[in-house]
Design a protein around this ligand. Structure first.
Ligand SMILES: [Zn+2]
Length: 624
C-alpha cells in the first residue's frame, strides 16, 4: 500500500478524506475532527460510519469496514489499489506517473476494464453515427413517435444498430483484439462446426469473413447504460422488427467484467446531482419512461430497467437520497418485479411514496398525452407507500366484516414486517388497527405482536467498555503524531510545544505503565509505530485493535491537553501500584504462613513505599 515517499503517499497527503468520502456519503460534523454518516457498505439506520479529518481514515463501527482514502475508493468503486490511487490523483489534479500493479493479474484486470470501456465508447459513437444514416429512417421515425427530439437523442446518446451484424465488428476490429470483442458482450459468434453459442439467429446472410463474430444487437434503437460517472458500460436495444424471430423486444448486454445489472441504475449519472439537491429520486420502470420524465424537466429520475431493484442498487441510490417516489403500478404486468423492488426498498429503510397514474398510462404515455405539468402535479400528490397499501388492502378485502378485517390484516402484515425499525412497525400496527377499524383488543394485541416480532436489529456501539479513560487518552495521544502541528487543533491557550504523542511515548516507555493491561499489545505496537514514524491507522492491526483505535480517535469531544495526558499517566500509575499492592498482599500472606520473618519485614517495607508513592500520586506530582 502507500509507502512514505511514493506516489500514493504524496496523493494521500494532499487528499482530504472528508471531502472525497463526502462525494459518496452525506457526512455530518460530529466532533472536532470527526464526521459521521450512514455507512455505504452495510445497511443501517443510525450513523455508525465515521471519518477522521486529521488522521485521514474512516471506520464503520457497524460492519468494521475501515482504512484510508484509497481503501474507501477501492471498496466503493470496486476497483484495485492502483486504480484508486489514480482516481484520487485525478480528483486532485495530480499528474500520474507510470502505474504499477501489485500483481500481473491485477494489471491484466485493470487493463481489461480500460479496454472494455474503450470499446463501449467506440460502439456508442458508432451507433450514434448509424442513427443519422439513410438506413436508419425507421429508427428516427420510431423515436419521433415516442416524442424524442434531437436534444434528448443527443443527451442520452441514443443510437441505431444496423441490420448487418458485421458493420460494428468491422468498425472496431482495427482497434480491438478478438478477445476484447468477445468479452465486451457486444458480439455473438459461431464456433466452427457448431451452432451459434449465444444466439440462434443468423446475421444477414453475408458470407462469413475472417471470424464468425457478429453484432449481438441488430436493427435496434440503442440506449447506452452508463456508470455513475457517465462511462458507457452496456446497452439496451429496442427492436424495430415486428417478427418474432428477431428476438426479444428489449435486449440487454450480458454481464461483463465492467457491467453488472444489479449495480447500475439507468440515468444515475445525469440524475445524481438533482437527486441530492431535491433529496428524492423518481423511480420508473423502463428507459423510455425515464427519458420522458427527464425531458419533462424532472431530472431526478432513474430506471430499474424492468428488473427488480437489487440490494447494491438500493445502496448506490442511498448515497444520494433515501427518499424515493416509485412510479410503476404494482398491479400491472411487472407486478412481481415491482413488488420485490418495493419490498427491498422498505427493508433498506427508504422513505417511499407511490405515484399511481390513471389506468392504462405509463409515465411516457402520460407525459406525451397530458404534458409535463400534469405529471408534476400528479407527482405532488403521490401517496405514502403504507397509505397506499392500506387503501389497497381495504379495496381488496372489504373490512365491514370481521373476516374481511382479518384478510386485510394478513395482506398487510408481511409488508409491515419488512420495516427495519421496531418502533415504526409498532406505530404502523396502531395506524392499521385504527384505519381498518379493529376494536377487539385481542386482535390489536395480535397485530402488534405480529408486526413487532421480528429479529430486532442489532445495535452497534463502539467498544468503549474495553478500555479505561486513561488508556483511551494515551492511545489517542500516541495515534495523533501531528496533532500539535495541525492548525485545526491548535486551540487558544494550548501549550504550543505540547506534543501528545512524544510525551505519551516518553511516559509509557519509561514506566511501562501499560504492562499487564489488555491493551498492552496494542500500545506496544503504537509505540513502535511512533518510533518509526508510521501512520497508526496504516498498521497491520488485528480487527478488534483497529476498531479500538478508530473508536478512540473518533471520540475527540475533549481536547487533548497536557493536563488530560498527565492525569491519564497518573491514573495508570496508580492502577499499577494497586496491582503491585495486591501482589504484595499475597506474598505477605504467604511469608507469614511460612513464618519467614525476614521476607515479611522486607515486604512490609515495600508496602510502605508503595503506599507513599500512591499518596504522592494523589497529591499531584506526576510520574516523571
Ligand atoms: Zn458499515
Amino acid at each position: 500500500m502507500a509507502q512514505p515517499g511514493d506516489f500514493a503517499s504524496t496523493v494521500k497527503q494532499q487528499a482530504d478524506i472528508v471531502r472525497i468520502v463526502g462525494e459518496y456519503v452525506k457526512l455530518r460534523k460530529s466532533g472536532a475532527q470527526n464526521y459521521s454518516g450512514l455507512c455505504p457498505f452495510h445497511q443501517e439506520k443510525t450513523a455508525s460510519f465515521s471519518v477522521h479529518a486529521s488522521n485521514q481514515f474512516f471506520h464503520c463501527f457497524g460492519c468494521n469496514a475501515g482504512g484510508d482514502i484509497f481503501t474507501f475508493v477501492q471498496k466503493i468503486e470496486n476497483i484495485t489499489f492502483p486504480e484508486a490511487v489514480r482516481m484520487v490523483a485525478e480528483k486532485l489534479g495530480i499528474p500520474m506517473p507510470k502505474v504499477s500493479y501489485s500483481s500481473p493479474e491485477e494489471a491484466r484486470q485493470a487493463r481489461q476494464r480500460g479496454t472494455l470501456l474503450d470499446i463501449h465508447e467506440r460502439a456508442c459513437a458508432f451507433f450514434q453515427e448509424q442513427l443519422k444514416r439513410p438506413e436508419a429512417a425507421h429508427a428516427r421515425e420510431y423515436l419521433k413517435t415516442r416524442g424524442l427530439g434531437p436534444e434528448m437523442i443527443a443527451e442520452f446518446r441514443i443510437g441505431f444498430s444496423p441490420e448487418s451484424g458485421f458493420l460494428l465488428r468491422d468498425a472496431v476490429r482495427g482497434q480491438f483484439d478478438e478477445e476484447t470483442m468477445r468479452e465486451s458482450g457486444l458480439f455473438s459468434w459461431k464456433d466452427k462446426d457448431q451452432s451459434p453459442v449465444t444466439s440462434n439467429q443468423t446475421p444477414d446472410g453475408q458470407a462469413q469473413q475472417k471470424t464468425a463474430l457478429y453484432s449481438k444487437f441488430r436493427n435496434r434503437v440503442m440506449f447506452p447504460i452508463c456508470t455513475e460517472q457517465g462511462k458507457v458500460i452496456a446497452f439496451t436495444g429496442r427492436t424495430l422488427a415486428n417478427d418474432e424471430k428477431s428476438g426479444p423486444k428489449y435486449l440487454n448486454s450480458p454481464e461483463t467484467p465492467i457491467y453488472s445489472k444489479s449495480r447500475v441504475l439507468f440515468n444515475l449519472d445525469k440524475a445524481k446531482e438533482a437527486i441530492r439537491k431535491l433529496d428524492y429520486a423518481i423511480l420508473v420502470e423502463g428507459q423510455m419512461d425515464c427519458i420522458s420524465v427527464y425531458s419533462a424537466g424532472l431530472h431526478n429520475v432513474i430506471a430499474s430497467s424492468g428488473t427488480a431493484f437489487a440490494e447494491p442498487q438500493a445502496r448506490l441510490l442511498s448515497r444520494f437520497s433515501k427518499k424515493i417516489v416509485v412510479n410503476f403500478d404494482p398491479d400491472t404486468a411487472g407486478a412481481a418485479a415491482a413488488e420485490r423492488s418495493l419490498a427491498l426498498l422498505v427493508s433498506e429503510d427508504f422513505e417511499i411514496k407511490v405515484l399511481t397514474l390513471e389506468a392504462g398510462f405509463d409515465p411516457d404515455l402520460f407525459i406525451r398525452e397530458k404534458g409535463a405539468n400534469a405529471y408534476t402535479e400528479a407527482l405532488a400528490h403521490s401517496q405514502k407507500y403504507f397509505d397506499y397499501l392500506i387503501e389497497r388492502a381495504r379495496a381488496l378485502h372489504p373490512v365491514r366484516t370481521p373476516e374481511g378485517k382479518v384478510k386485510a390484516l394478513n395482506y398487510l402484515l408481511p409488508h409491515i414486517q419488512r420495516i427495519p425499525s421496531r418502533i415504526v412497525r409498532d406505530e404502523m400496527a396502531n395506524e392499521i388497527a385504527h384505519r381498518i377499524g379493529i376494536e377487539s383488543s385481542v386482535l390489536r394485541q395480535e397485530l402488534r405482536h405480529a408486526a413487532t416480532a421480528r429479529s430486532a436489529s442489532r445495535v452497534n456501539t463502539p467498544p468503549k467498555a474495553q478500555l479505561t479513560d486513561a488508556e483511551r487518552v494515551l492511545i489517542r495521544a500516541l495515534a495523533s503524531p501531528d496533532l500539535a502541528h495541525s492548525p485545526q487543533t491548535a486551540r487558544e491557550g494550548q501549550d504550543p510545544d505540547f506534543e501528545p504523542a512524544r510525551q505519551a511515548h516518553f511516559f509509557l516507555t519509561q514506566e511501562r505503565l501499560h504492562e499487564g493491561l489488555s491493551s498492552q499489545a496494542l500500545i506496544d505496537t503504537l509505540l513502535t509505530a511512533h518510533e518509526q514514524g508510521l501512520d497508526p491507522m496504516g498498521l497491520p492491526l488485528e480487527e478488534n485493535d483497529r476498531r479500538l483505535v478508530a473508536s478512540v480517535l473518533m471520540d475527540d469531544h475533549e481536547d487533548l491537553t497536557p493536563e488530560l495526558l498527565e492525569n491519564a499517566v497518573r491514573s495508570l500509575g496508580k492502577r499499577r501500584i494497586l496491582r503491585q499492592l495486591d501482589d504484595l498482599q499475597h506474598q505477605l500472606k504467604d511469608a507469614e504462613r511460612r513464618n519467614d520473618a525476614v521476607l515479611s519485614a522486607r515486604l512490609l517495607q515495600e508496602r510502605v513505599k508503595l503506599r507513599r508513592a500512591m499518596g504522592a500520586g494523589a497529591e499531584g506530582s506526576a510520574v516523571q
